[in-house]
Design a binder for this molecule. Structure first.
Ligand code: UN1
Length: 506
């Protein structure tokens, strides 16, 4: 039976060292992006001292947690999985209400988080190292993963349930402790998740939650000397600062997943319907607010006219409306800043001489005027290295259709952005997609699919400005552990490798 959470205004609290902490100073509001007059909750605004307390608790808890059997650590996740299953619908409703994601997608995200928890639980009984032969018959060599220590988990509003679990799961299973900072746009789902961790029995200090803003909580957390790893998903701007802070500290590493200008490449032999569906889903699902959303459809000129017809007939009938209305294809943008950014890029496309194909602007009808609803903007633009709209991330329903004449050119166009996150190619030719697979810069590639929709057991990350080569989800294990070498001698005398003498008598 699904529990229904009450929908009264919610009181936010930090969770530090096994106890809830009410706001003692400044607070911030959480509002429904589909109806901004609706106040969802009030949250404490953490600061440097809240961060210090949370990091201190995580540091304290680290050694006992590391000593806990890996299988036992996995069993906490088994309990967590059952709690997420119990509360799936209620969690999805919270997520839809505060992020603006439609209910179906909110539910899919809760399921994605559940999959991560199930994966982590199963991983507990998997090997976490290897045994390797030594040159010396009496020696055994082991490679073992060890936890790094305290992990800061700094997460975005667009995937406020799944992405935290991509990071919390592997970090905690491997024996790290964590300080979790949910996005200030989606604090409730973060706190609901924290409640489930508590109910699952995770010991005090192993996971701590601090609410607040990037400059006031995110920055002191990422820079804290006792934090060993920063796991971050968000903007390039913030991610690049985290990379620099980590580089300045001798012991710190980071896993950053940042912006993108992802694309679907439509070859001249593509199935037209599949191509139009794939581009529509890639560009407009979640109102274009996925890291992996496509800002570009790179389309063979031979197919351009029928592709544009097929695309516009789909996109012009998409419904951007209430997240709880089953007829909605997507909901609002998350905040006013998002709306203003999309409006500025829509204008920039016009200034850059694009041929505008669809421009509905902000939805102002009675049902949507109180929310941040933007409708699709679609334009055709020849590839030009100086066109900012073809290179910069917009994070909204804003799509460029860029024609190409041959594959080499399509690859050049695809690669001509500072980002490299997700790429889909639509073709029936198995020789062709392999060329794109090998020549394009991306972390997630797709054939005859949208460029969204990765699963948790795959690495999730990108190259160039999209990531620092430490993918998230299952692959986060590489960032939150270090690989140690361990050599054991089973003989009673010492024999060195490489023929080196062990004679101490001369
Ligand atoms: C994101 O875009 O920030 O691949 C995460 C997907 C989802 C996760 C997206 N599984 O679209």
């Amino acid at each position: 039976m699904a529990t229904a959470f009450a929908t009264t205004t919610w009181t936010g609290r930090h969770y530090i060292d096994g106890a809830w902490h009410d706001a003692s100073g400044a607070t911030f509001e959480n509002r429904n992006p589909a109806r901004t007059s609706e106040l969802l909750g009030v949250y404490p605004r953490g600061d440097r001292s809240t961060v210090a307390a949370a990091v201190g608790a995580a540091r304290e808890a680290f050694i006992p947690w590391r000593r806990t059997s890996r299988i036992r650590r996995g069993e906490y996740f088994d309990r967590l999985a059952r709690l997420i299953q119990r509360d799936t619908d209620a969690l999805a409703a919270v997520l839809a209400r505060e992020s603006g994601k439609i209910l179906n997608e909110a539910r899919a995200e809760v399921i994605e988080g559940l999959h991560m928890v199930q994966y982590v639980c199963g991983t507990a009984r998997q090997p976490y190292g290897t045994v390797i032969a030594s040159e010396i018959a009496d020696k055994d060599l082991y490679e073992r993963r060890k936890p790094r220590g305290v992990v800061a988990v700094v997460t975005p509003w667009n995937f406020p349930f799944a992405v935290p679990l991509w990071m919390l799961g592997p970090s905690l299973l491997e024996g790290n402790t964590v300080v979790f900072k949910p996005s200030e746009e989606t604090p409730e789902i973060g706190q609901r998740l924290m409640e489930l961790f508590i109910e699952a029995g995770f010991p005090a200090g192993t996971i701590n939650l601090v609410h607040g803003h990037g400059e006031e909580v995110g920055e002191p957390l990422a820079r804290h000397a006792e934090v060993d790893v920063v796991a971050f998903t968000g903007s390039y701007h913030v991610g690049s600062m985290i990379r620099r802070w980590a580089a300045e500290a001798d012991h710190k590493t980071c896993a950053c997943e940042m912006g993108s200008k992802s694309a679907v490449i439509v070859c001249d032999d593509a199935r037209l319907d599949l191509a139009c569906d794939a581009v529509t889903l890639s560009a407009f699902k979640t109102s274009g607010q996925r890291c992996v959303s496509a800002g570009r459809a790179i389309v063979h000129r031979k197919l351009l006219a029928p592709f544009i017809d097929g695309l516009l007939s789909r996109v012009s009938s998409l419904r951007f409306g209430d997240p709880f209305d089953p007829a909605s294809f997507a909901g609002p943008l998350v905040n006013l800043g998002g709306v203003e950014k999309v409006e500025a890029y829509n204008q920039l496309a016009k200034d850059e001489g694009a041929k505008i194909l669809l421009d509905g602007g902000r939805a102002k009808d009675a049902n949507r005027a109180d929310g941040y609803f933007m409708t699709p903007f679609v334009y055709q633009q020849e590839h030009r290295p100086d066109a900012r709209t073809l290179r910069e991330e917009v994070f909204g329903p804003h799509l460029a259709v860029i024609p190409f004449d041959d594959e080499e050119q399509a690859i050049r166009i695809y690669n001509d952005t500072p980002y490299g996150l997700s790429m889909a190619v639509i073709t029936e030719d198995y020789r062709r997609w392999r060329i794109f697979r090998d020549e394009c810069d991306y972390g997630m590639g797709y054939v005859n699919l949208p460029c969204i929709g990765a699963e948790v057991h795959l690495p999730f990350g990108g190259v160039k400005r999209s990531g620092n080569g430490q993918p998230s989800a299952a692959a986060l294990v590489d960032a939150v552990t270090h690989r140690t070498a361990f050599t054991v001698n089973h003989a009673t005398n010492i024999v060195m490798a490489q023929g080196m003498s062990a004679d101490v008598r001369k």
